[in-house]
Design a protein around this ligand. Structure first.
Ligand SMILES: NC(=O)C1=CN([C@@H]2O[C@H](COP(=O)(O)OP(=O)(O)OC[C@H]3O[C@@H](n4cnc5c(N)ncnc54)[C@H](O)[C@@H]3O)[C@@H](O)[C@H]2O)C=CC1
Ligand SMILES: O=C(O)C1=N[C@H](C(=O)O)C[C@H](O)C1
Length: 280
């Protein structure tokens, strides 16, 4: 008999990573979840170690492994949270589709083909996919859309530039969050918008239809985005910055809870859906 009561059986994909460790730590502290799996690369130096200990917490009894835990057919409340790398996504998605496990995907830098794969997977399982799981970032995205709508026809024209700052270890650029900001702002500016990544050489004057992106990599910055709305005579700078990674980890756990507690069916959902920001 399937058990619809009790905690959500949680598996973390990328469990030994900077983000995976925080998801494990916060998940272990949340009685809504029971950690049942901590997956990482077969060559990870953390393989075989206790996931709680690797996360700096008390032992969890769940070792970091490259093999997925056996499915508990009685437990219908289960979810997978992925904070891995693009090269790891296909295997994770395939497992979740085969197991019928709801999935939260946080990994950025996906190829267009991998994004299509998420849409295909969402035909059979519920998927939350967002480049940032942060409440403040998703709220800032909505505000950026409103600012753009209000200023896009301003006299003298509107210039939008997106600056992002991350730790020195970040492997992709610009951030998935910056790209999402640009996508949403371009949705307000119109189809003629071009996306310009950095500038060098004799570029000529900036065109009215471009959004500029600039990726800064310094120290241990957990993520900061500044959207500059420049006009002739004044500007607005919208800044949102994390001081640690827990805003993302708690957002991903909230997304998993939302999928299970709202009993979401197959579909591709965003953090706007999770946070109730989808309208407007
Ligand atoms: N959506 C969001 O809110 C956020 C997304 N991210 C994204 O999450 C991803 C991970 O970020 P970090 O934790 O900083 O990176 P990280 O490099 O510290 O962690 C990635 C983990 O994935 C593991 N991995 C690699 N290949 C694997 C495989 N085949 N199977 C299982 N595990 C595998 C690595 O061994 C590592 O432990 C990045 O794409 C980053 O942009 C990061 C923070 C917030
Ligand atoms: O790699 C990171 O750290 C982060 N990556 C995400 C992105 O690429 O947008 C989210 C957050 O900014 C932190």
């Amino acid at each position: 008999m399937a058990d619809s009561t009790g905690p959500i059986s949680l598996t973390v994909h990328g469990a030994a990573g900077r983000m995976g460790r925080r998801v494990v730590a916060l998940g272990l502290a949340d009685p809504s979840f029971q950690l049942v799996g901590a997956i990482d690369h077969a060559e990870s130096p953390e393989l075989g170690k206790d996931s709680g200990a690797v996360a700096g917490e008390a032992p969890s009894g769940v070792e970091i492994s490259s093999h997925w835990p056996a499915l508990d057919e009685k437990s219908i409340k289960r979810a997978v949270i992925d904070f891995s790398l693009p090269e790891a996504i296909d295997g994770c998605v395939q497992h979740c589709v085969e197991a019928g496990s709801p999935l939260v995907v946080a990994t950025t830098g996906l190829t267009e083909e991998q994004k299509q794969g998420l849409s295909e997977a969402a035909k059979s399982i519920p998927v939350v996919w967002a480049p940032s799981m942060s409440l403040a970032v998703n709220l800032s995205m909505k505000i950026a859309e409103q600012i753009t709508a209000a200023l896009k026809d301003v006299s003298g024209g509107l210039d939008v530039e997106i600056l992002e700052r991350h730790h020195r270890f970040k492997a992709d650029a610009p951030s998935g969050t910056a790209l999402k900001f640009g996508e949403l702002i371009a949705g307000q500016l119109g189809e003629s918008t071009s996306h310009v990544h950095g500038r060098e050489g004799h570029t000529g004057a900036r065109t009215r239809e471009e959004i500029g992106y600039h990726a800064i990599r310094v120290g241990d910055n957990p993520g900061e985005h500044t959207i500059v709305f420049g006009m002739l005579g004044e500007k607005i700078e919208l800044n949102v910055a994390a001081s640690n990674r827990d805003c993302y980890a708690s957002g991903a756990l909230a997304a998993a809870k939302w999928l299970i507690q709202q009993d979401k069916g197959p579909g591709l959902y965003s953090m706007f859906d999770v946070l109730g920001m989808s309208q407007g």
